[in-house]
Design a protein around this ligand. Structure first.
Ligand code: SIN
Ligand code: MN
Length: 201
């Protein structure tokens, strides 16, 4: 495990999760995906997002013509699975033992997927940090400012990297410009998984 560095208030732990932990988490996430299959969301403007996603937890994050929001059910009508213990262990280690997250969003990035610059602001409670875990191929993470635009800084997130966005950084713009396809052997067919845990409020 390497140390933690702070970039614009984002605490970045490069390779926080060892190979065994990554593999165990991947097995848990596969179990979640079997119960709540990945879907391809659309933005509120009707544009398909390039990532595929699903969630675990009390609520899941969804997006379609009706907007970005948290929903109590998967788009297919089924319940969201519970958040895996392997994920909760990292939350309790780095964020809090006082309460668990409400939502664990799982994003899958294929070779061409990216995530535009955005704030995480669909929650009603911004007092809790957002926890982000990366598995599989490296992703180029861009960190901006608390308002759109301005200078940015980029960092490659690797398999096992963990980011905590809290305090003043809770509403900082961020995104993923690209992935380095097949840079990791964790996912045999390539791709990147990002797991984001949030208290929704
Ligand atoms: C996100 O902010 O929605 C995803 C970030 C990531 O994939 O690392
Ligand atoms: Mn985000």
């Amino acid at each position: 495990m390497t140390g933690c560095m702070t970039v614009r208030g984002f605490q970045i732990y490069s390779e926080k999760l060892d190979a065994e932990t990554q593999q165990a988490m991947l097995e848990d996430l596969r179990q979640v995906i079997r119960q709540a299959p990945m879907f391809s969301p659309q933005t509120p403007f009707g544009k398909p997002m390039s990532v595929r996603m699903t969630s675990a937890g009390r609520v899941g994050w969804v997006s379609d013509r009706n907007g970005y929001r948290y929903a109590h059910r998967h788009p297919d009508g089924g319940p969201w699975p519970t958040i895996p213990e392997t994920v909760l262990t990292v939350w309790r280690d780095l964020v809090s033992t006082d309460r668990d997250p409400d939502c664990c969003l799982i994003n899958f990035y294929g070779e061409q997927a990216r995530m535009g610059m955005h704030q995480d602001r669909d929650e009603t409670d911004f007092s809790w940090p957002v926890l982000s875990l990366s598995l599989g191929d490296e992703g180029l993470f861009r960190i901006g400012n608390q308002t759109r635009g301005g200078k940015t800084e980029s960092i490659w997130l690797r398999s096992g990297s963990v980011v905590v966005m809290g305090g003043p950084a809770r509403l900082t713009y961020h995104g993923i410009d690209k992935i380095r396809f097949k840079s990791s052997s964790l996912l045999p067919k390539g791709g990147r998984i990002n797991v984001t845990c949030r208290v929704v409020g």
